[in-house]
Write a protein that binds this ligand. Structure first.
Ligand code: PXP
Length: 256
């Protein structure tokens, strides 16, 4: 299991004042000290947090691997082709959204076409490509057909579920999609809305090999520092399979 730490929201705080601090490049270094297996940033078309400067500096300084999230849009694709991150994750983007609200709608022909073209461009540049999708069978099949090497399952519905029954249903969708994707030869990642309280069941799913976690770690880092925040998430993520074995197949939130 790899823990990729998303440092977008360090840049969000910087942009709140339009100054040069805090710096996501420094945060990425501290996250690596805490045991991050990789650093994730989302270069949005509206540049609301991560900037071109951040991406270029991170490409030079990250020692683990950089996962660049981007939309299937020409301008950001050109930057990815130029800096060649270790991995690119294609995500849907809407200007008015607070954060990415769901997976790519690959059932819609224009989205499917644009995503397919983007996959081809990124693969030709030697970049490993992952597609951020909802945990359903059709999206897994479409991702495979488009030539992605990996998928990232959207865990937002699971994370946002309030009732146990709803959380259990969403967890089941993630588990099924993960097994299906792994069976189809895709690498399986997951992320969005994962916290210290809800990460354990997802991290215990055997087919999942990478988690992308941002907001909860950056929030914790405000009080503990980034290195300790990552160290603690890493401890939870790596301890998850044995916790699930000890306590049964479902662990309630642990109330961090
Ligand atoms: N994965 C993807 C594709 C995302 O867009 C985001 C948010 O930028 C994350 C994971 C991380 O989500 P969170 O900040 O809620 O941990």
């Amino acid at each position: 299991m790899r823990l990729y730490v998303n440092v977008d929201h360090v840049a969000t705080v910087r942009e709140a004042r339009g100054t040069n601090e805090p710096d996501p490049v420094h945060a990425a270094y501290s996250a690596e000290l805490g045991g991050a297996d990789g650093i994730t940033v989302h270069l949005r078309e509206d540049r609301r947090h991560i900037s071109d400067r951040d991406v270029r500096l991170l490409a030079e300084t990250v020692r683990t691997g950089m996962n660049l999230e981007l939309a299937a849009a020409d301008e950001v694709l050109s930057i990815a082709e130029e800096i060649r991150p270790m991995q690119a994750t294609l995500v849907p983007e809407r200007r008015e959204e607070l954060t990415t609200e769901g997976g790519l709608n690959l059932g819609a022909p224009p989205v499917r076409r644009a995503t397919g073209d983007a996959v081809s461009r990124l693969v030709a540049a030697g970049i490993r490509v992952s597609l951020f999708i909802d945990p359903d069978e059709a999206s897994v099949a479409a991702s495979k057909a488009l030539g992605a090497e990996a998928i990232e399952l959207h865990t937002g519905e699971y994370a946002n579920a309030v009732a146990d029954r709803d959380r259990a249903r969403e967890f089941g969708r993630i588990r099924n999609a993960a097994e299906l994707a792994a069976g189809a030869g895709l690498s399986v990642h997951a992320g969005h809305g994962l916290t210290y309280a809800n990460v354990t069941p997802v991290a215990a799913l055997e087919p999942i090999e990478e988690l992308n976690i941002g907001h909860s770690i950056v929030s914790r880092a405000l009080t503990t520092g980034m290195t300790d925040a990552v160290r603690e998430m890493r401890r939870l993520v790596h301890g998850a399979p044995s916790r699930v074995r000890e306590h049964g197949s479902w662990i309630p939130p642990i109330g961090y």
